[in-house]
Ligand binder design. Sequence first.
Ligand code: ADP
Length: 493
Amino acid sequence: MQLPKKKTPKALKFNATFTYAPAPESKSHVKLQEQYGLFINGKFEKPNSGKYFETINPATEEKLAMVADANAKDVDKAVKAARTAYDKVWSKMPGKERAKYIFRISRMLQEKARELSVLETMDGGKPIRESRDIDIPLAANHFFYYAGWADKLDYAFPNQQPKSLGVAGQIIPWNFPLLMAAWKIAPALATGNTIVLKPAETTPLTALKLAEIIQESGLPEGVVNIITGAGATGAALVQHPGIDKIAFTGSTDVGKLIQRATAGTNKRLTLELGGKAANIIFEDAPLDQAVEGIINGIFFNQGHVCCAGSRLFVQESVYQKVIRKLKDRIETLIVGDPLDKNTDIGAINSKQQLDTIKKYISIGIKEGGEIHESSCAIPKKGFYCRPTLFTNVSQSHRIAREEIFGPVLAIQTFRTDDEVIEKANNTAYGLSAGVWTDKGSKIFNMTSKLRAGVIWANTFNKFDPTSPFGGYKESGFGREGGVQGLSAYLKSF
Ligand code: ADP
């Protein structure tokens, strides 16, 4: 029997121009107050200054809430509350009791994860996928992890009788607002310190929600105080004589100011500052996987990541292939409403940051870099930047040397291992790096020679509470995360 001839179907063409239906996350479960006070001694209080400033949604430029502007008197009140709580309660409490509170905070963060994720995205501009899948779960994990250490410090530091420092002043930036608060608060509590924390002025809302959670958790009054304000509030905290330790994450410039201000005092200091990470692709790397990693490394969170892979080094033999793949891939990235679950790149955190990124893009062009940006449409209102690649970049170009903190990738080439090691290390920073290769031996060779605190191999931007994070050179000193993160809050042995 002869079978009927099958009609050959017309080739299914991949249509790169299809659009996704909007899938915005609801804001209905976010409870926001019109105005927030300062969280001091377990209560929300009016600021001494009587002043408030607004925090906006960078995706829409709409006002979200008014937030108190703490002055030096407010800082003093918060530090005194933390000192009293340290002397009277927290330093005397056994580790296993402290652990219960820290566990409770972790559980409450998990319970409120949905509200916190949406709020993080509204206040900071990052895609909901990231706040939902990375920021908030990791923040809860940090509390969970450090709760486990609170009664085991003697095992972490055997024969050393670990002792807390006292009152910690903690200043955090706007790129991972709740996660940075967790990185700072959880180990400090586990080691028996009390806290005055200042979130960044553009993203204070999840820290204030955390204050509500802390209040609800029954943590003794004054153990954690959260005060809002801009640089002047941070400077007052740094200068306060009642502070035993400053933990700062932010720009290298402000880090240097803080280092100067604490020099000659008894204040302990840890700094997690800027970065200009090298992401290195060898010819034997699985290229598609590597390209995904490069995209994640620089466009994740709009490039608002101190460990962003903002310098790409591609081995010459695969250069054309990698560039083609990168250009194709950035065309498919969706830039827009951060609350939409399809969005890959959300809003730039502030107008000021968008101006900085634009300034660097024009510097890159002037210096002779060849620019390629995605042709995607971006919303008219709000602060947005298309994913941007620069080729024809040399080591001396400012876009290859200075931190841009935006979705801008500077691409260079190399031929040999030694050449790329020299180029990758030729930077003032040393926070992170990435290596993409099929060869284990090459990974070990590179990781032992690259001067960076964190080096990822065949992946990028992976974080875990158990692994220490921190930099070399102008990226700062001290480690957060893991057992190492505990010693930053303990007296030196
Ligand atoms: P970025 O440039 O990424 O905004 P900053 O270093 O300016 O980073 O800000 C990080 C944090 O440091 C924020 O909470 C900010 O308010 C605070 N800050 C800014 N200036 C100072 C200062 N002089 N002293 C202490 N903290 C400061």
